[in-house]
Design a protein around this ligand. Structure first.
Ligand SMILES: *Cc1c(COP(=O)(O)O)cnc(C)c1O
Length: 354
């Protein structure tokens, strides 16, 4: 059996959820969109159900998969419905939905639910991606409730730069939200992971932690109290020595400066490990630091065993997890931990804890 696998630590997930909720206070929807950032949405939701105040997903297909899997907790559709036909499903499946643009209001006008909808009215406070102007909040809130089709409205917004400790954009967005929400008798949902971790003065009733649940810190910090949930690992499947001056792998991207012991590892970009990383990107081999050398290929990549005498055939190679911070790999790849996690595929997923 190919040794590439993703170990998912469900106890760490629960720890991170508790931390998110404790740091924010009040309630927290666990964001499990995109298959729980690549970790397996149903497995993750089952572990958190009973504890999480609810879940958030990107689209109704994701919500239906959770309901079909037995999840009964509230589920919020972060982008609401994409077409009017979905409203019947929102109604029948007892889902909560964001309303962020006028077309969605029109869809609501044309549908009468069996029980009133729970709507999260999204305000655009500066990200300029989705949402209504904060100045419209009062009118839209009242209009939604007036028709009897909506039983509860929660006001929400989303930050563009909460992961930047110094950006005053976050404070500006928060101020615009508060101005728009002032005097409206509704609950608030404002904080993503970065705001929970980095902006203690910014709080609402409902937090929406995503990436921090999976143990990756979106702030340029060291991870603090978060526990990594996924360990991506494989094994050395062959070893060879190459002489000084010899090239290694596609494009001869690495040329040995001295005699080099090369470990061939069953992991590649078809597993979601980023092809773009340069030689020198950290890995951990039998618990000791080493590096990628040469180009990552589809099914295999090569690591430097020269300084690791005991390492060889069958040595365990960690690509990210407790020993290799995923943010270090993301930095080497010019991306963020979110993308690396979402990209993991083909490898065997094994779950620990409960
Ligand atoms: C994805 C998402 C979140 C979670 O963001 P993280 O940075 O992963 O914590 C929160 N709110 C909205 C609207 C989202 O789309």
């Amino acid at each position: 059996m190919r040794p590439a696998r993703a170990l998912v630590d469900l106890d760490a997930l629960r720890h991170n959820y508790r931390l998110a909720k404790a740091l924010h206070g009040d309630r927290a929807l666990a964001v499990v969109k995109a298959n729980a950032y690549g970790h397996g949405a149903l497995r993750c939701a089952r572990v958190l159900e009973g504890e999480a105040d609810g879940f958030a997903v990107a689209a109704i297909e994701e919500a239906i998969a959770l309901r079909d899997g037995g999840i009964t907790a509230p589920i919020l559709l972060l982008e609401g419905v994409f077409e009017a036909a979905e409203l019947a499903e929102v109604d029948a499946r007892n889902l909560w939905m964001v309303v962020h643009h006028a077309e969605q209001l029109r869809m609501l006008d044309g549908y009468t639910p069996k029980k009133p909808f729970n709507v999260w009215l999204k305000l655009n406070t500066g990200m300029n991606r989705a949402g209504f102007a904060p100045g419209q909040a009062r009118e839209l809130h009242d209009r939604l409730l007036a028709g009897g089709k909506v039983g509860r409205v929660t006001l929400m917004t989303h930050f563009a730069r909460a992961d930047e400790p110094d950006a005053d954009a976050t404070e500006q967005q928060f101020a615009r939200f508060q101005a728009g929400a002032a005097g409206i008798p509704a609950e608030h949902s404002i904080c993503n992971s970065a705001a929970i971790l980095g902006w203690p003065a910014v709080r609402g009733n409902w937090a929406r932690p995503g990436i921090m649940l999976y143990g990756a810190d979106p702030m340029p910090l060291d991870g603090g109290q978060l526990k990594p949930v996924m360990t991506l690992e494989s094994r050395v499947i062959a070893v060879r020595e190459i002489a000084a001056g010899e090239p290694l792998g596609y494009g001869a991207r690495f040329v040995a400066e001295r005699p080099t012991r090369v470990g061939l590892v069953a992991m590649g970009y078809a597993d979601g490990y980023p092809r773009v990383v340069p030689s020198g990107t950290p890995v951990s081999i039998d618990g000791r630091p080493s590096r990628i050398i040469g180009r990552v290929s589809m099914d295999m990549l090569t690591v430097d065993l020269s300084a690791l005498d005991e390492a060889g055939f069958d040595s365990r190679v960690e690509f990210w997890g407790a020993e290799v911070p995923i943010n270090a790999v993301a930095g080497a790849a010019g991306t963020i931990a979110y993308e690396l996690l979402c990209n993991v595929k083909r490898v065997r997923f094994e779950y620990r804890g409960s």
